[in-house]
Design a protein around this ligand. Structure first.
Ligand code: URA
Length: 436
């Protein structure tokens, strides 16, 4: 078998067979296939897609590239959750303690930042020492101890996704339905959780820019789940504006902590509560969404799930005191205030422009090798549809990089002030396995 035949076929939309896909993934994982070859393959998939048969085999081979974990020795219900990626999306850090508070264990694999979107693993690593590359035994121990464990892809579990993911991040090949669906579903299928909720983001800060493609991605992932006898619930949610006010890494963990302590932005609270409510109803903890949401809002007001975030971070060797002492722990060279040039209702040109600005400040990667600056990021002092007056503080940029004039210019260019509010619906559609 050779790569030239495979890439020629993919380039001309000729269906690949099982042997070819197996060989491709195996060779990529054992490094005999080079990054530049796999990048060419990914780009061909970006243009030509995959047939359902190819996608089924590709996802299975991603799973087969490592071990699958079991829950032997871990009692109770286990829930999984995943987002397709958005700007300011720290939902998993709030969702997990909320769900665990009701006795449902949250067991999941997460990813790093991709393009302008952040990743749970990068955010958690800002609690220095925290690691998502843990053994099956440690995963189970953490679940038994705290009721939450989050892993990253590793040499042991979905190594194919670990390698593909970081390559796609820097080669313009993230926003492809088959590549996203196989990446996410391979991470969900290596763990036998009782429920899976997927948050498919749609809008300018998401990989799916319109409802049609968001529904297509949702149905593709539900179908992969069905092939593996797994029930998948999807919520399609708005990513035309960032979620919450913090964009970055440590700054997002801080916002998650504040939210669990009753001080979160309304949109973030609502999204986390709905995702948690869907999970708790699916697992028969509550009869319906309304009751579940009421109980979850109560937990946020009472701050009773917050300690679980700290315990979970510490159980996976992270230093949560850094977040508790945020201002001293994450000092930066430059704190840049961006103010309004005129009056008007605020919106941002696109949410992904804000994500790219945070990457520019040091919060994301431009190359695979680049190190993240955990302290870099953006805080939105005002947010979409706030009415601002000339000279009001709109956002604060935190960075250790010196290109200040460029940061100010970029930030100012993405601010829109107009005389009317923009559309602002958070939850756009719910789809479940039963619907397709
Ligand atoms: N999240 C993932 O895990 N993979 C993707 O490809 C996109 C978002």
């Amino acid at each position: 078998m050779n790569f030239s035949t495979i890439i020629e076929k993919k380039k001309r939309s000729i269906e690949l067979d099982e042997k070819e896909i197996k060989w491709l993934i195996k060779s990529f994982v054992d490094n005999s296939l080079k990054d530049y070859q796999m990048s060419a393959f990914n780009m061909a998939v970006w243009f030509n897609g995959m047939t359902p048969k190819e996608l089924g085999i590709f996802t299975q081979e991603m799973i087969n590239s490592g071990k699958t974990y079991n829950f032997d020795g871990v009692d109770g219900i286990k829930a999984d959750k995943h987002s397709t990626g958005g700007v300011g999306d720290k939902t998993s850090l709030i969702f997990s303690p909320l769900v665990a508070k009701f006795g449902v264990k949250v067991a999941k694999l997460s990813g790093r930042g991709l393009g302008p979107t952040g990743g749970t693993i990068d955010k958690l690593e800002s609690c220095i020492g925290w690691t998502g590359e843990i053994s099956e035994q440690k995963f189970k121990e953490t679940l038994n101890k705290v009721g939450i464990s989050i892993m990253s892809q590793s040499k042991e579990i979905v190594p194919a996704d670990k390698k593909l993911y970081s390559l796609r991040d820097v080669t313009g090949t993230v926003d492809s339905i088959p590549l996203i669906a196989s990446s996410i579903m391979s991470k969900k299928l290596v763990i036998p959780a009782d429920s899976i909720i997927l948050d498919v983001k749609m809008g300018s800060g998401a990989f799916m820019k319109d409802l049609e493609s968001a529904v297509k991605l949702s149905k593709t992932m539900i179908s992969i789940g069905k092939e593996h006898n797994r029930n998948v619930n999807v919520m399609i949610t708005n990513m035309d504006k960032p979620l919450g006010r913090a964009i970055g890494n440590a700054i997002e963990v801080k916002e998650a902590w504040d939210t669990l302590n009753g001080n979160g932005p309304e949109d973030l609270k609502e999204l986390c509560v709905i995702a948690a409510a869907l999970t708790l109803v699916e697992n028969n903890i509550f009869k319906n969404l309304e009751i579940a949401k009421k109980e979850l809002y109560k937990v946020l007001e009472e701050k009773s799930a917050a300690p679980l975030l700290k315990e979970f971070v510490e159980a996976q060797n992270g230093n949560f005191n850094l977040i508790l002492d945020y201002d001293n722990s994450f000092k930066v060279k430059h704190k840049i205030e961006i103010k309004a040039d005129t009056d008007g209702y605020l919106s941002f040109k696109t949410a992904d422009d804000l994500g790219y600005l945070s990457v520019l400040l040091g919060a994301g990667r431009a190359t695979k090798e680049e190190q993240i600056d955990f302290a870099a990021g953006i805080y939105l002092n005002k947010t979409t549809n706030d009415f601002v007056k000339k000279d009001d503080l709109i956002m604060t940029l935190y960075t250790n990089r010196n290109d200040i004039e460029n940061f100010i210019k970029t930030a100012k260019e993405l601010i829109v002030l107009s005389n009317q509010k923009s559309e602002d619906n958070l939850i756009l559609k719910l789809i479940s396995s039963k619907d397709i």
